[in-house]
Design a protein around this ligand. Structure first.
Ligand SMILES: Cc1ncc(COP(=O)(O)O)c(C=O)c1O
Length: 461
């Protein structure tokens, strides 16, 4: 493929995606596969025209996550300067593991990491980009494990007694995965019931810490996945300090509220935590993946994350105050240059732009929650705290309310009208809306509500 053809295709993709006005083009798996058949590799080569057709097919049938009625995930509607950063990362195709191959990205990541450490109250600490909140949570659990057992890097866990983690019952499943990966076992998670606001019961946490000496870690969730609830970080920090237990804050979802002077009170006490992660690819609208992990004290990454002989790649032979080879401390070898999208977006919008972004989304969520509360057939199932709105449609003539709501959501999805998620809140199914896109407005909220009501009425007719 020559450069002219390459540039033409890039322009076509950009046009097709940015000019898309519909939400999606729903087809089931079998149909999607059937329609893709001409473009699935069979070992034979194809020409540029066929490649362009394959790409056009992909663009035409993909879900438009920039659409105002895409409210399905904790991410949507990316910001343009950040997209340029990601394009830069792909076109320069490097790995931010070493200064040699990614000199500018290394300086940028060091600078931004230092900035974020100060911004989040971890000025004396250290940080690294991760491949997501799941990765960040595992890094936190790994440091907590090391803190509890001492030097476990060389000898592993053989012969050690079991250690436990106290965690919100509505915390993210990445902790179960981390406990599995780290050899702690998923039954090492002591899942604490929540109050009406989705927060762990502090008394239950305190009682466990008083009674047991095998607690390795307390996890506070700052923004639970379904309800958007915030554990009481300050209270958990008090307990963690009293019993000398590692406190990790999972801010993958809600950690970004630090950028909003109006909403950052939700993170009060965060600076007392031992480790913290947050995803810029969620509430801040940076394209996936863009994620940060931080620890309060310096030196732990060298001590616990670095392992094996990396001398073939890491040559610390230059005099520098800052870390030269970010890969040495990382759990990865190759590191995608994810910092570029954050760099350009933050450079362009600054703190105030990020604050506006968060406040706008939270205003939309508050507005939608009010619409729900004002409607006689809608029930708000959990208090709205951040971008999540959990609600359902109810009416006396509905037999199985869970099933009705499941079908309601499915029908809007299959007719490409709106895409939001369902989740379980105890026995109740909830329609979980996440308003986290800059393409959403109060007007798009009104339109969504009208669609939901019209669909429900149609189903009941
Ligand atoms: C509270 C919470 N923590 C962690 C994660 C995992 O983040 P990631 O998808 O970046 O791995 C999620 C994902 O939705 C989440 O909601």
């Amino acid at each position: 493929m020559n450069n002219h053809e390459f540039l033409q295709i890039i322009q076509d993709i950009t046009q097709q995606i940015t000019q898309k006005t519909h939400l999606g083009d729903y087809a089931d798996y079998a149909t999607t596969k059937q329609e893709l058949l001409p473009f699935l590799p069979n070992g034979q080569a194809n020409d540029t025209a066929q490649l362009a057709q394959a790409i056009a097919h992909y663009c035409a049938h993909s879900v438009n996550t920039n659409h105002p009625q895409f409210a399905n995930q904790l991410w949507s509607g990316q910001s343009k300067p950040a997209i340029l950063g990601d394009i830069l990362a792909v076109l320069t195709n490097s790995s931010s593991a070493t200064f040699e191959t990614a000199p500018l990205a290394t300086v940028i990541e060091n600078h931004i990491m230092k900035y974020l450490l100060q911004y989040y109250g971890f000025a004396g600490g250290e940080g690294l980009m991760a491949t997501g909140g799941s990765h960040g949570n595992m890094m936190g659990m790994m440091l907590a494990r090391a803190n509890f057992y001492g030097d476990d890097k060389r000898r592993g866990l053989a012969g050690k007694h079991k250690a436990y983690t106290i965690i919100n019952t509505e915390a993210h499943y990445s902790f179960d995965k981390a406990a599995n990966i780290l050899g702690l076992g998923t039954d090492s998670l002591l899942k604490i019931a929540t109050n009406d606001h989705g927060q762990m019961d502090i008394n239950a946490v305190e009682k466990l810490c008083q009674e047991r000496n095998d607690i390795m870690m307390i996890v506070a969730t700052a923004g639970t996945t379904v309800r958007g609830a915030f554990d009481n970080i300050a209270e958990l920090a008090r307990i963690a300090q009293q019993y000398k237990i590692w406190l990790h804050v999972d801010g993958a979802w809600g950690g970004a509220v630090q950028f909003s002077p109006t909403h950052r009170h939700l993170l009060a006490g965060l600076h007392w935590a031992d480790s913290f992660c947050f995803d810029a690819h969620k509430m801040l609208g940076i394209p996936l993946i863009c994620s940060f992990f931080m620890a309060k004290n310096r030196g732990l990454f060298d001590q616990y994350f670095t392992a094996g002989d990396g001398s073939y790649i890491f040559h610390n032979d230059e005099d520098t105050q800052e870390r030269l080879n970010l890969g040495a401390n990382s759990l990865l070898c190759g590191r995608r240059v994810d910092i570029l999208k954050f760099w350009l977006d933050f450079y362009y919008y600054g703190e105030q732009g990020f604050a506006r972004r968060i406040d706008n989304c939270l205003d939309n969520a508050q507005y939608f929650a009010q619409l729900v509360q004002n409607h006689p057939n809608l029930q708000l199932q959990s208090p709205q705290i951040i971008n999540n709105v959990c609600f359902r449609y109810v009416a006396p003539q509905i037999g199985d309310v869970n099933e009705f709501n499941r079908q309601l959501r499915q029908s809007l999805y299959h007719h490409n009208q709106a895409l939001f998620n369902i989740a379980q809140l105890g026995e109740e199914l909830t329609l979980r809306l996440v308003l986290t896109s800059q393409h959403q407005t109060r007007q798009s909220c009104d339109e969504l509500l009208a669609m939901i009501i019209a669909k429900a009425k149609e189903m009941l007719a």
